[in-house]
Design a protein around this ligand. Structure first.
Ligand SMILES: Cc1cc2nc3c(=O)[nH]c(=O)nc-3n(C[C@H](O)[C@H](O)[C@H](O)COP(=O)(O)OP(=O)(O)OC[C@H]3O[C@@H](n4cnc5c(N)ncnc54)[C@H](O)[C@@H]3O)c2cc1C
Length: 449
């Protein structure tokens, strides 16, 4: 069944963490195993930070490569969060690296100092490559942290971020291999070559192989229809092969551009696999691309990167399903509900659907009608309700969540949450405080880099 497809090759969190630590710490172990005489503790700390940070920086390529083996179980949002947080840590390590050394720099090692214990071998070239990598990393991370405050397109930022990453890796590799006291040893040298090859292969995969594969699976726009206040339904159909996906997943969608361009945006698929080959999206106007969505012409060529995402229908061992959607977070939830409807799933299902105003509620009739065929309870909440509103007033809060949590088996239910970050955090906190285990709560946020 579709629901198992997402996890086919995805590694569990514990294994990923183990592999990550092994790769991160391997250069330290390989340096220590060389048994070189110890230098001043500040020199050793500086080398250790640089070794750690450089292996981490190279692994960052893998983390941002949208590999389902990595993100399939933990979620691509969690993967990107690790990418961002670790980048900050590595930047601090590299920032400190040149300033910690107490040993004097020398153009060439002294003849009697074969283990480079009393001098740091640093030629003008290795100094320059180190300085370029150092500056590029600082600029890249500062720009990433303050991206939201800057003007300019997201695609432009992505291109600059990718270019700076290549500069850091390339110049950093030269500096590490040529100037590093420990990296000159064959073990560590080969370790770096291997990791650099993995980073390069990631770039080739992302920017060359994947677009080539996308060319072989084109889609075309079928229709674009208004659904609600600044919300549209985009429907696309395969020109050749349909997409194999599970209800609740998302894709990076490229509408009207070459697959080699960076013009693509992540959107959840709102249709269900059982709906047929076409894919429907619920798109809210939010910026450059989305505010022009209403003008997209039928027939426009599209390419997809995906499917991604881990919001999927739980197996039959789960006694009930709570779907909690805020605003356009309804998209993956719709896909799940539509699939459950096709399967005539008999489990109790509750949908809590929060919006600001009534005009933002989409597919109200379809959701209402599904209650006839499914054991489904739909609860709408409006933060700014009109006077004649009969649903819940306010946001999705603990009171509303109690409508689900009052059931005897509520702790064993699966809670699927999608919407704005503050809503996700609030709901997760409430669920955990009611004793629901974190393993039964899955969420996806619509915002990350
Ligand atoms: C997993 C996921 C699923 C999503 N599903 C939906 C959905 O079903 N319906 C919906 O309306 N919105 C969805 N979004 C949000 C949607 O992707 C953004 O609103 C959209 O990309 C904005 O693009 P823009 O060009 O209009 O605006 P911009 O001004 O270019 O971007 C606004 C913000 O959107 C994000 N963004 C833009 N492009 C990308 C990109 N290529 N990769 C990652 N983030 C990007 C960035 O945070 C950016 O700051 C989803 C987001 C994610 C991460």
């Amino acid at each position: 069944m579709a629901r198992s497809r997402t996890h086919a090759f995805a590694l569990p969190a514990a294994l990923l963490l183990g592999l990550y630590l092994v790769v991160l710490l391997a250069p330290l172990a390989l340096a220590w195993a060389q048994g070189l005489p110890a230098r001043h503790w500040r020199d050793e700390l500086s080398s250790a930070l640089a070794l750690l940070a450089f292996s981490g920086v190279l692994v960052e390529f893998l983390l941002s490569g949208r590999f389902r083996t990595i993100s399939g179980q933990i979620g691509i949002d969690a993967t990107m969060r690790v990418h961002q947080l670790m980048a900050r840590a590595f930047t601090v390590f590299i920032l400190l690296h040149p300033f910690l050394y107490v040993t004097p720099f020398m153009n060439r090692p002294l003849p009697w100092d074969e283990t480079a214990r009393y001098t740091l071998g640093l030629t003008p070239t290795t100094f320059l490559t180190g300085a370029i990598a150092w500056i590029a990393l600082m600029v890249m991370v500062v720009f990433a942290i303050f991206r939201e405050q800057r003007s300019g397109s997201y695609e432009g930022w992505r291109a600059a971020h990718g270019f700076a990453a290549v500069v850091v890796a390339g110049f950093g590799a030269h500096h590490t291999l040529e100037a590093g006291r420990y990296s000159a040893h064959p073990w560590l040298w080969w370790f770096w070559i291997l990791l650099l090859a993995v980073a390069a292969a990631t770039l080739i995969w992302v920017y060359l192989v994947k677009p080539l594969l996308q060319l072989r699976q084109p889609f075309a726009v079928r229709s674009v229809e208004p659904l609600g206040q600044r919300i549209w339904e985009l429907s696309i159909a395969p020109e050749q092969r349909p997409l194999d996906f599970a209800a609740g997943q998302f894709v990076w969608l490229n509408v009207g551009h070459s697959p080699f361009s960076l013009a693509e945006n992540p959107f959840s698929i709102a249709s269900a696999p059982a709906d047929g080959d076409h894919l429907a999206f619920v798109i809210k106007e939010a910026g450059d691309f989305t505010s022009r969505i209403g003008g997209v012409q039928p027939g426009t060529r599209c390419y997809l990167d995906g499917p991604h995402g881990h919001l999927t229908i739980p197996g039959s061992e789960v006694p009930g399903i709570a779907l909690i959607a805020g605003g356009v977070g309804i998209a993956p939830v719709l896909s799940i509900l539509r699939q459950l409807h096709h399967e005539r799933d008999e489990r109790p299902i509750v949908l809590l659907y929060g919006n600001r105003v009534r005009e933002q509620i989409v597919y109200a009739d379809e959701l209402h009608d599904m209650q006839n065929d499914l054991n489904l309870q739909v609860e709408n909440a409006l933060a700014e309700p009109p006077p004649d509103w009969h649903g819940h007033r306010g946001v999705i809060d603990a009171d509303l969540l109690r409508t689900i949590l009052d059931r005897p088996d509520a702790k064993a239910w699966r809670y699927i949450i999608c919407g704005p970050q503050p809503m996700i955090e609030g709901v997760e906190k409430t669920l955990l405080s009611f004793g629901v285990s974190s393993g039964n709560v899955i969420s996806e946020q619509f915002y990350y880099d």
